[in-house]
Design a protein around this ligand. Sequence first.
Ligand SMILES: Nc1ncnc2c1ncn2[C@@H]1O[C@H](COP(=O)(O)OP(=O)(O)OP(=O)(O)O)[C@@H](O)[C@H]1O
Length: 296
Amino acid sequence: MLRIENLTKSYGSRLVLQGLNLHVRVGEIYGLLGSNGAGKTTTINILCNLLNADSGTIAINNQPVSKATRSLIGIAPQENLLYKSLSCAENLRFYGKIYGLKGKHLQQQVVLSLEAVNLGQRANSVVETLSGGMQRRLNIAVALVHQPKLIILDEPTTGLDIEARYEIWDLIRRLQRQGITILLTTHLLDEAERLCQRIGILKNGNILAEGTLEALKTRVKAEEIVTLKAADEKVLIDRANELGFVHRYYSDDLSFWMPKHLELAEIISCFEGIPLDSISRQPVRLEHIYLEVTKE
Ligand SMILES: Nc1ncnc2c1ncn2[C@@H]1O[C@H](COP(=O)(O)OP(=O)(O)OP(=O)(O)O)[C@@H](O)[C@H]1O
């Protein structure tokens, strides 16, 4: 669906994209992860033809990106692009017209996009009277109004409460079931874990790792992560080294990569003689993979 090859972009002397390669397959939800300043928005702006790349190629549905491919893509940018004093339907009519929709077809698309984001009952509500979650959903409706094949959601749930976030996650899954391909950027690793079939990790304008969550898990050579608390962490680390366990700090948490699943009693016996305050265990998560990949 989307093929980006060797994309480069500089702002003045600052090289922001350094030969970026990224492939989004038809029908998938692809999660593009990266820290602030990694180059996600720059990539999206180039995709939407709002910014020119210095070099590289982008193809959508096997066509080079151009004004002609604009209608294949819908974008819901990070900042809602909504006219707050207009109603939901008026906003959608405005954006629909930009994509050349008119008359009955425009009206139908306005209704369908509002229904798609569960705002069918709020067509005439003025945007500033809607909750933050509803405004985010309307922002997604704008991306859908011209029936694109690929939609780009730039941090769709940032700043929303958990219920509004669930609603947007359900919406994204529904859109995928309708056959829309989705490229999503997020800082929320659990969002990417829940929604995305494949994930790309971007740093300094390069994709450092890409694949399914299962494939990315090979970056962390552990069956599970065990976090231990003890008065003397150095003793724990020395013991872990003797046993061949890799250790990492996740924030303040001293954690160990377990090469195989151990019963609780076995973990305790590994650290025998060291008074432990607590033991907690968790599977390898995207958070662990992300930290490993981006520190390389
Ligand atoms: N118009 C511009 N002029 C100069 N530098 C820019 C411009 N736009 C972005 N940058 C710089 O390019 C780098 C990449 O920015 P970009 O907005 O693409 O990152 P991002 O991954 O989207 O970050 P965030 O998660 O914070 O949105 C940053 O260092 C940013 O400061």
